[in-house]
Design a protein around this ligand. Structure first.
Ligand code: TMP
Length: 245
């Protein structure tokens, strides 16, 4: 939310978590809250959020299982399209972008879960997203059995959720927690066993405080922080909620 020499730069929030953690519900709740508070906001998801991304999502979640390398490449193909077509333009318009999963999901699922090399996955994601990284990531954590039982019997079971390998999902959860521990400034870890209202309140409080903090730092025309004094403003603007699904 920066107004700096006429150039605005938004705020990129990603929501992460194991199956059934309630990320999608929280994305909608947070967006409604931000819009009501006057912040321009866009909600999107991975894989998906663009026409090509949604087509890739169908293949990934409901089609033939790819080999591991193809899996990672497909998730990142959808990511590349989403970053260029949706996320970067929204950030350039000064919007808060809420993305339901991003690069950390690839590291947790294809890396910690499926055993692909983390360094290669990081490099691939950097290439796909053009270096775009979240300003803040919320990990909604909960025990694997609880998350899977919330999802089983639901209308849209994917190949990941129908996976009977609880050990895989335990590695994914442990991976998310390891990623959060390695970057405590970027991550907020929230207990997903709480009622949705409490999860929402905890995230909203932290998010608004991080946005306010970031707005105090002067930015250059590309939205990067600079050391000389600038004219950054924390005034929110009214704008419609954009849904990219
Ligand atoms: P979701 O929309 O229910 O979160 O489903 C997306 C599924 O795709 C979920 O099981 C996690 C998985 N996934 C990966 O394995 N790697 C990725 O990079 C992303 C974004 C998702």
């Amino acid at each position: 939310m920066h107004l700096d020499g006429g150039k605005r730069r938004g705020f990129f929030l990603t929501l992460e978590g194991p199956e059934g953690s309630g990320k999608s519900t929280q994305a909608q709740r947070l967006a409604a809250r931000l819009v009501a508070a006057g912040y321009p906001c866009a909600v999107t998801r991975e894989p998906g959020g663009t026409r090509l991304g949604e087509e890739i999502r169908q293949i990934l979640l409901h089609g033939t299982s790819p080999i591991p390398a193809a899996d990672a490449l497909l998730f990142n193909a959808a990511r590349a399209q989403l970053a260029a077509e949706v996320i970067e333009p929204a950030l350039d318009r000064g919007e808060i972008v809420i993305c339901d999963r991003f690069t950390d999901s690839t590291l947790a699922y294809q890396g910690y879960g499926a055993g692909q090399a983390l360094d290669s996955l990081r490099e691939l994601a950097r290439f796909a997203a053009g270096g775009l990284t979240p300003d803040m990531t919320v990990l909604i954590d909960l025990p694997v059995e609880e998350g899977l039982s919330r999802k089983f019997g639901g209308p849209d079971i994917t190949r990941f959720e129908s996976h009977e390998d609880v050990a895989f999902h335990r590695r994914v959860r442990a991976g998310f927690l390891a990623l959060a521990a390695a970057e405590p400034d970027r991550f907020l870890v929230v207990d997903g066993r709480q009622p949705p209202d409490s999860v929402e309140a905890e995230i909203a409080e932290a998010l608004l405080s991080r946005i306010a903090q970031r707005d105090k730092v002067p930015r250059d025309n590309a939205g990067r922080s600079v050391h000389e004094s600038g004219t950054a403003s924390s005034e929110p603007e009214r704008a419609p909620l954009r849904m990219n699904k």
